[in-house]
Design a protein around this ligand. Structure first.
Ligand code: CTP
Ligand code: MG
Length: 260
C-alpha cells in the first residue's frame, strides 16, 4: 500500500499553534454566549432570558443557515481535482482565486445546499409543525419559575413564522444561503491571494467566516427574518467551531490537505 501521507505536505507547527489559539478563542466566545446572558439574568431578572432562549437560537440559527453549511461542506467533496474557476489566470503576479475554487465545487455545492435546504423546509413545514400540534406542544411552558408560557409554534410568534415559512421563503433562502456560501468562500480566496497567501494556507477568521457572512447577508437581503441579529451573532461564533471540526474530519478522510 502506498503511504498517503507522502501526497500531502507536512503541517507547519506555526499554523497548528495558530489554529489551536483560534479554537480557544471561539470556544471561549461560545461558552460566553451560553452563560453571560444567564448571569445577566441572575443579576437582573428583568432581562428575561432563560436557557430555552439559547436552545431556540441554536435551532433557528442552524435551520436558517443549513444550506450554507451544507454547501461549504460539500464543495470540498464535489470539487476535488476539479477545474479552477479562474482558469489558471493571474492578477498582479498571483492567481485570481487559485486551484481551490472549482466549477465542480460550485455546481455540486450550491445544488446540494439548495436541495438540503428544501428538504429541511419540507420536514419543518409538513412534519414538525403537525407533530407539535398533535402532541399539544404548541402551548409549551417556557419558564418553569415564573410559569410564563409562550406559544412556540403558533402563528403569533417569530418561531412559528419561521417554522411555517412559505414556499417562497424556502426557495429563496435555500438558494441564496447556498449561493452566498459559495460566493463568500470565493471572496475569501480572492482576499487570500491578494495578501499573497498560498492555496490552503490558514487565514483565521476569513477562512471560517467568509462563506457564512455572505450567505447570511444574501439570504437576509432577499428574505429578512425577524431578530436576525441574534442568529447572525450566534452563527459568527458557532460556525468557526463547526467549520474546524468538519475540516479535521475531511483531513482524516484525506479529502483535504490541511485540517483547517
Ligand atoms: N473547493 C472547490 N471549489 C470551491 C470551493 C472548494 O473545489 N468553490 C474544494 C477544493 O478542493 C478546495 C477544498 O474544497 O481545496 C477546500 O476548500 P477551501 O479550504 O476553501 O480551499 P483551499 O484549498 O484551502 O484554498 P484557499 O487558500 O483559497 O482557501
Ligand atoms: Mg482552506
Amino acid at each position: 500500500m502506498n503511504d498517503n501521507n507522502e501526497s500531502r505536505p507536512k503541517l507547519n507547527k506555526h499554523d497548528i499553534s495558530l489554529m489551536k489559539k483560534f479554537c480557544a478563542v471561539f470556544l471561549t466566545l461560545f461558552i460566553g454566549f451560553i452563560f453571560i446572558p444567564v448571569i445577566i439574568n441572575m443579576i437582573n431578572p428583568a432581562f428575561g432570558w432563560n436557557f430555552y432562549d439559547f436552545l431556540i437560537i441554536l435551532v433557528v440559527s442552524l435551520l436558517w443557515t443549513v444550506p450554507a453549511l451544507t454547501t461549504n461542506a460539500t464543495m470540498v467533496i464535489f470539487g476535488k481535482n476539479g477545474t479552477p474557476i479562474d482558469g489558471g489566470r493571474m492578477w498582479r503576479g498571483k492567481r485570481i482565486l487559485g486551484d481551490g475554487k472549482t466549477w465542480q465545487g460550485m455546481i455540486g455545492g450550491v445544488l446540494f445546499g439548495f436541495i438540503i435546504g428544501m428538504i429541511i423546509w419540507l420536514i419543518k413545514y409538513f412534519v414538525i409543525n403537525d407533530v407539535v400540534v398533535l402532541l399539544g406542544l404548541n402551548n409549551f411552558e417556557l419558564n418553569p419559575v415564573t410559569g410564563d408560557t409562550i406559544t412556540l409554534y403558533t402563528s403569533e410568534t417569530e418561531i412559528a413564522e419561521f417554522f411555517r415559512m412559505n414556499p417562497l421563503f424556502a426557495i429563496l433562502t435555500s438558494f441564496f444561503m447556498a449561493f452566498g456560501a459559495f460566493f463568500g468562500d470565493m471572496v475569501g480566496s480572492f482576499i487570500k491571494r491578494r495578501l499573497k497567501y498560498q492555496r490552503g494556507a490558514p487565514l483565521p477568521i476569513i477562512d471560517q467566516l467568509d462563506f457564512i457572512s455572505f450567505a447570511m447577508l444574501f439570504a437576509y437581503l432577499i428574505y429578512p427574518i425577524k431578530n436576525a441579529l441574534i442568529y447572525v451573532i450566534f452563527m459568527l461564533i458557532f460556525t468557526p467551531l463547526v467549520h474546524l471540526l468538519a475540516n479535521v474530519i475531511a483531513y482524516i478522510l484525506k479529502l483535504k490537505k490541511e485540517p483547517w
